[in-house]
Structure formats: C-alpha cells, structure tokens
Ligand binder design. Structure first.
Ligand code: PLP
Length: 386
C-alpha cells in the first residue's frame, strides 16, 4: 500500500543533500581535535557545517554550539548561572510559556521553585500582558518562549516578548525547533538571546542540534557536559562529525528552499483544511485565529478519540499523530490545548496533520479519502469514537 507521511512535526525525512553529506562524512577517519591532516580535514567539515547552520539563523558561526539535539540545547540554555558581559549575578526566575515543549517545561537546570508559567490565550499565543507583569516582578528573569508550537503550529509573538524581556533586564531563549524552513528564524530580527534548533525537524539526522547565541557575550560557566573542552568548552565530547555535516547540508537546503517550500505547503494545507471543513462542518481547527506554521493542522471532531483515529488513519496508509502523544507511547492530555482552555472532551480527539516539502496533492487526496471514511463511521457513532 502506498503511504502518505503527515508527521513532519515529529520528525522530517532526511533531505537528499543531508543523506549525501552523511554518507560522505561518515568515512572520514580523523578526530576534529587532532592536529594531523586527518584531524584537520574533519575539523574543516565541522566548521563548514557550523557556517551553514549559522547562516540559517543569521548568527556568527562562533556562536553555534552543537549538541545532541533540541532537548540538550534547551537543557544547556536554561541555566540559572547564565552570564552576560554586564551581568554576572545568577538568574533567579525562569518564566516559561504554558505551551512549551516538555524539554523546556521541565525547567532545565532551574529548581522547580524558581520556575513560573506564563499563561496562553485561547488563540494559542502566549499572554503578553501576563509576561509583562511577570518580568516586572522578577529579578533578572530568563524567559523561554517557543517560536512556533509543535502541536498547534501557532507562531508566538517572539519579537514583542523580546522587547518586554529586555526592558526588564532579562534574557530571552527561543525554542525555534519547529521554525526553520517554515517561517523566518533570524536570531537578530526575533530579538532572541539564545535559540535552540534541531536537525531532524529540518531534514537533517536525528540526534544532533544546536544552541545558538546572539553574541559571545553570553556565557555558561556551568556547561552541561564537561571534559575535553570541545565546542568552546560548552559541550565536551568528540563531535558527531557525520551528523553535524549532514545537519549543515540540511540547514543550507532549508535556507535556500524553505521560502518556496513554505508557500507550497501553505497552499496544500489550506486545501486540506477547506475540504476537512466541507466534509465535516463541525470540525474544530485549533489555533486557526492566529498566525500558524504553513504546514500544520491540529483538528478534532466532536465524539472522536485521537488514538483510535490515528490507528484508523494508519490502516489507510496515512501517518498522522495524536496531538496528545508523548514519547513513552502513553497518551496524556495535551497541556497546550488545556492552556488554550479547550474542553477535555475535544482535546481527547485532537489529531495533528503536519506536511513537508515532499508532500503532494495526491497525499492530500489520500488523506481526505481516509477522512471521508472515518467521518462516516464517526457519524454512525462507531469505529473512531471509543
Ligand atoms: N522543542 C520542540 C518545540 C520540539 O518539537 C522538539 C521535538 O519534538 C524538541 C524541542 C526536542 O528536540 P529533539 O527531538 O531534537 O531533542
């Protein structure tokens, strides 16, 4: 059976450029820290990838710190001991939007007692008035706000949050994992001090990512992994050269092709949503009133149960995800929809459809064909309502 993949927000397929770069680099014998020719060749590959990743987000290459992925970059960023050239006192407050990914919601290296949630509004955006109030009360806050939510796709008011945070003497970390190739991610334009990106969401391999600094004025006296001093002492351990090189190739492709891909994805996604609504007028599309990523639809129909729908779609050759899935496979209620004030009954039915650069009109037709069948079953009160 032909299959259609609609789970790009969970992970994107490897871009051909990244696959080729991976195959090329994996054969290099040298350690980038070695001084001989083999070591220097490996170092050159890593540094070229650093330039490519930096170009994707408008940063200086020296401010790109490679990590094992988005989760590790978030952990590195969220540290009370973070310093700037002008401010060496520890950060006493971490302010997180209520819709952050679990790797940010965990609070990184802050004790739970120092972490405060900033509520979201019903449209899926963080409440900026609440953020203003919280930064005014906090001493030297570190604020973490994602660029776009992985479940709803809602793009957050990051530049406004940056202005509010900076006016209070705070620093802003942006988890931009869902952004590259879909929306502009220039670190300077967004006003972010720190930015997290992950290779596997933009067509690179899994298990590699980066924390990007606005400037080398920002220091981490307490790195997460200490040892051999790699990554300017901020992330010890021999670099995963092949994965980093493939990350660079994917970043390059996302930078060049992202704007055109995003436009195409938006057309297909809008087509999908229009048909979804005409087949099932009661369907609810979450975050629809706000600006969203061009590739994401999170929807529910009254009476639908997401896990059952995901399995039913899978049997029809369609890979979608439950908006509430978590990595252990155990489904938990979505904290994002809860923060938006969505009823638990509707939340239980949330299904996420996320598109990518290789999604075609035929994929959309296959999805809609499967949905027609499921919606008919749903209207009869069985099969996808448990
Ligand atoms: N942040 C967001 C918004 C994500 O969607 C994800 C992955 O799902 C992560 C962070 C974690 O990234 P990684 O899988 O590279 O650890």
């Amino acid at each position: 059976m032909e299959r259609s993949y609609f789970d790009w927000n969970a992970t994107a397929p490897l871009r051909p450029q990244a696959a080729a770069a991976l195959a090329h680099a994996v054969g290099f014998p040298g350690n980038p820290s070695s001084v001989h020719a083999e070591g220097r060749a490996a170092r050159r590959l890593v540094e070229r990838a650093r330039e490519e990743v930096a170009a994707l987000v408008g940063a200086e290459p020296a401010n790109v710190i490679f990590t094992s992925g988005g989760t590790e970059a978030n952990m590195l960023a969220l540290s009370p001991s973070i310093e700037t050239a002008n401010e060496k006192r520890p950060r006493e407050r971490l302010l997180l939007s209520a819709i952050e990914h679990s790797s940010v919601r965990s609070g990184g290296r802050f004790p739970r007692s120092m972490v405060e949630d900033i509520p979201a509004k019903s449209d899926g955006r963080v409440d900026l008035a609440a953020l203003s109030e919280a930064v005014r009360q906090a001493s030297l806050p570190l604020v973490s706000l994602m660029l776009a939510n992985n479940e709803t796709g809602v793009v957050q008011p990051v530049a406004e949050a940056a202005a509010i945070t900076h006016a209070a003497g705070g620093l802003l970390h942006v988890d931009a994992v869902q952004g590259p190739g879909r929306v502009p991610c220039d670190i300077g334009a967004l006003g972010a001090d720190l930015m997290t990106i992950s290779a596997h969401k933009l067509g690179g391999p899994k298990g590699v990512g980066a924390l990007v600094r606005r400037s080398d004025d920002i220091h981490f006296p307490d790195p997460l992994i200490r040892g051999g001093g790699q990554e300017r002492g901020l992330r010890a351990g021999t670099e995963n050269v092949a994965a980093i090189v493939a990350f660079g190739a994917a970043a390059d492709a996302a930078r060049e092709q992202g704007p055109a891909e995003a436009q195409r994805m938006r057309t297909l996604r809008d087509m999908l949503e229009a048909s979804l609504k005409s087949i099932t007028p009661q369907v609810v599309i979450f975050g629809e009133a706000a600006e969203r990523l061009p590739n994401t639809t999170l929807f529910a129909a009254p009476g639908m149960k997401a896990e059952t729908a995901v399995i039913a779609f899978d049997l029809e050759g369609i890979a979608v995800s439950s908006g509430a899935a978590c990595s252990s496979g155990k489904v938990q209620p979505s904290h994002v929809l809860a923060a938006m004030g969505v009823s638990p009954a509707l939340t239980r039915g949330a299904v996420r459809v996320s598109l990518g650069w290789s999604t075609t009109e035929a994929d959309i037709e296959r999805f809609l064909g499967a949905w027609r069948k499921l919606a008919t079953a749903l209207s009869k009160g069985h099969s996808i309502a448990a």
